[in-house]
Write a protein that binds this ligand. Structure first.
Ligand code: ZN
Length: 306
């Protein structure tokens, strides 16, 4: 049962519609696992899922005009981990999705299946590991802890054998960065943050400089210099969070919803300006295709830059 269950959760990791991010099911599963770990009731109203999943999608999903929580609520029934009570009360639309109005009107409830819920309650360590798998395969490392925090799942760092022995686990968790990628990207940018030019060193070792993927590794972005940027830890976090993006000519565009102390000094002042540290001569510039992916799938206000 344990292996089956893990496989079913792994089956949620489908990147549909080509390149578009679709973290809806993984986020709904994470939300439900968090509830299970806290001993909250298995079935919840669609109303509550709608509020709380929409909030997670607003924070961690691609920026979209309309947020559809009804689709994962309904479609996850097919994945063998989720069920909906009284599904016959809900009419389907042309795309096979449910009418949101029916879900509300009939107070339809959904949740993990009884067997999934019981297994995860009995094995909280398995629940945490499934959650870590979902997070690791859908979000870059800079965001993973924030997503786990938001779903109130505390990672415990100990990997159970049933998971450690699974190829898919290794695929999602360990199929980490290509080590050459970091070296090549840092070489291309002179170990300097492309945005703020931070190039601190401790002795000979570059400090707080990272090789960021433009199109996420978790979305099958390649480990190539044309899909990389050298960024300091702060700008790497801000880039992966969608607080800023880049135009094809490498101007920095900052989301107008980023607020707070220090924002102007650390980020706002770069708005509209080209990267201060583009790659050196002979190294490829960021590929416009990967920049376009970042603008539509990660940047918080993609409408601003289309
Ligand atoms: Zn920086």
């Amino acid at each position: 049962m344990t292996g089956d269950l893990l496989g079913r959760f792994q089956g949620l990791n489908v990147w549909k519609h080509g390149d578009k991010r679709a973290p809806h099911k993984p986020l709904l599963a994470l939300w439900a696992i968090g509830r299970c770990l806290r001993g909250e009731p298995r079935l919840t109203s669609y109303e509550l899922v709608d509020q709380e999943l929409a909030d997670l999608l607003r924070r961690f999903g691609p920026h979209r005009k309309t947020i559809h929580t009804e689709d994962p609520f309904w479609r996850m029934q097919r994945d063998g981990v989720w069920e909906v009570d009284r599904p016959s009360m809900v009419r389907s639309n042309a795309e096979g999705g449910p009418y949101k109005g029916d879900l509300r009107r009939h107070r339809i409830r959904g949740g993990l299946t009884e067997s999934a819920y019981a297994t995860l309650q009995r094995q909280p360590q398995l629940a945490r590991q499934v959650a870590e798998y979902l997070v690791a395969s859908n979000f870059p490392a800079t965001l993973q802890d924030t997503v786990l925090d938001a779903t109130a799942i505390l990672p415990d760092g100990v990997v159970g054998t049933e998971i450690r022995d699974s190829d898919d686990w290794i695929d999602g968790r360990r199929r980490r960065r290509d080590p050459r990628f970091r070296a090549q990207v840092l070489a291309a940018y002179g170990s300097r943050c492309a945005v703020c030019e931070f190039a601190g060193r401790l002795g000979d070792t570059p400090l707080a400089i990272e090789a960021a993927h433009i199109k996420w590794h978790e979305a099958n972005g390649p480990a190539e210099v044309e899909n990389g940027l050298a960024l300091c830890s702060l700008h790497h976090d801000l880039f992966d969070s969608g607080a800023f993006t880049l135009m094809p000519e490498l101007q920095v565009i900052v989301a107008d919803t980023v607020r707070g102390a220090g924002v102007e000094a650390s980020l706002g002042r770069f708005h509209g300006k080209a990267l201060r540290a583009p790659p050196g001569a002979g190294f490829p510039h960021p590929n416009p295709r990967f920049l376009a992916w970042h603008r539509s799938e990660v940047f918080r206000v993609p409408g601003l830059v289309r």
